[in-house]
Design a protein around this ligand. Structure first.
Ligand code: F6P
Length: 324
């Protein structure tokens, strides 16, 4: 048992499973004798003092919902010393002595800065659809986002086949190709363009032509929004210059961020929320709690963004072979 006042917030882009994480933090924290304070709208709510105590019933039936009932924000003011000082003053006012932040790399950078400035104990929980944090095999929300995108890709494949068309489907991931790679493999895409690999459009066109000669009726190219060759519309233009194919573009966008979390994300969120509280109780700080090879792992916050979580080369090779 400990007697801490743990502040919990969600920050940055939301991801399905954030509510399940908050639920796990609240239930585990209270079970072990702590008080849990919910901070609204990420760091914005910390700066504004938008904070209220969460009880066991505050998290009833939230596990199945996408989004985050605490709301979230990308808070520019928290990048400033003044903003962080206001946030710290509010933590003192509300008697909060430790923080659990559910978010991605941007949120963790701010948290690392904050904890070093004010010696506030903190633990990060990886909540982002991008799956781009070093120190965890999967981030909360990634699996749901992939499944949401796959549902759309399957539907697009139907119409692509009926019309013998080439579709370029853009998925999220400004700097990370994980959603692109997983949806590309799962959706049987002919080509996958992601920021981690060099996209060779000439080679891609040659491969498409070979496929057509062999009788392929439709093709799907998955492109991550942050691919270095451009977004889906840029790629379309480049392919049009080299072929006479009729090309349609579909940008999946923010639907990938919403929806009821999958079983995988609910379980990951529950485990990591639970483990985050245990880490706080053991006086751990400035670390992210993640899962590596199905084992709980703590990684320093700084490493989560400074070390690159690479894309598995075997997956890339496999994707190429399966798409012939
Ligand atoms: O949260 C991650 C993410 O969805 C990225 O994949 C995407 O590039 C970005 O957020 C979009 O952010 P916003 O919703 O602020 O436009």
């Amino acid at each position: 048992m400990t007697n801490k006042n743990i502040g919990v917030l969600t920050s940055g882009g939301d991801s399905p499973g954030m509510n399940a994480t908050i639920r796990a933090v609240v239930r585990t924290g209270i079970y072990h004798g702590n008080k849990i304070s919910g901070i609204k709208r990420g760091y914005e709510g910390m700066i504004d003092g938008d904070i209220e105590e969460l009880h066991l019933s505050s998290v009833s039936n939230v596990i199945k919902y996408g989004g985050t009932f605490l709301k979230t924000a990308r808070c520019k003011e928290f990048y400033t010393k003044e903003g962080r000082a206001k946030a710290h003053a509010n933590l003192k006012k509300f008697g909060i002595d430790s923080l659990i932040v559910i978010g991605g790399d941007g949120s963790f950078r701010g948290l690392h800065e904050f904890t070093n400035e004010f010696s506030i104990q903190c633990i990060g929980v990886p909540g982002t659809i991008d799956n781009d944090l070093y120190g965890t095999d999967y981030t909360i929300g990634f699996d749901t986002a992939v499944n949401t995108a796959l549902e759309a890709i399957d539907k697009i494949r139907d119409t692509a086949t009926s019309h013998s068309r080439l579709f370029i489907i853009e998925v999220m991931g400004r700097t990370s190709g994980y959603i692109g790679l997983y949806t590309g493999i799962g959706g049987g895409a002919e080509e996958i363009l992601i920021p981690e690999t060099v996209s060779d459009i000439e080679k891609l066109c040659k491969t498409l032509k070979v496929g057509r000669k062999r009788g392929k009726k439709s093709s799907i190219i998955i492109v991550a929004e942050g691919d270095e060759a451009g977004n889906a519309f840029d790629i379309k233009k480049k392919i049009e210059q080299l072929t006479n194919y009729e090309i349609k573009v579909s940008v999946l966008g923010h639907q990938q961020r919403g929806g009821s979390p999958t079983a995988f994300d609910r379980i990951l969120a529950s485990r990591l929320g639970y483990e985050a509280v245990l880490a706080i109780m053991k006086d751990e700080s400035d670390k992210m709690v993640g899962m590596i090879h199905n084992t709980v792992a703590l990684t320093s916050l700084e490493e989560t963004w400074s070390k690159k979580k690479g894309i598995d080369e075997d997956y890339l090779t496999m994707a190429d072979i399966l798409a012939i």
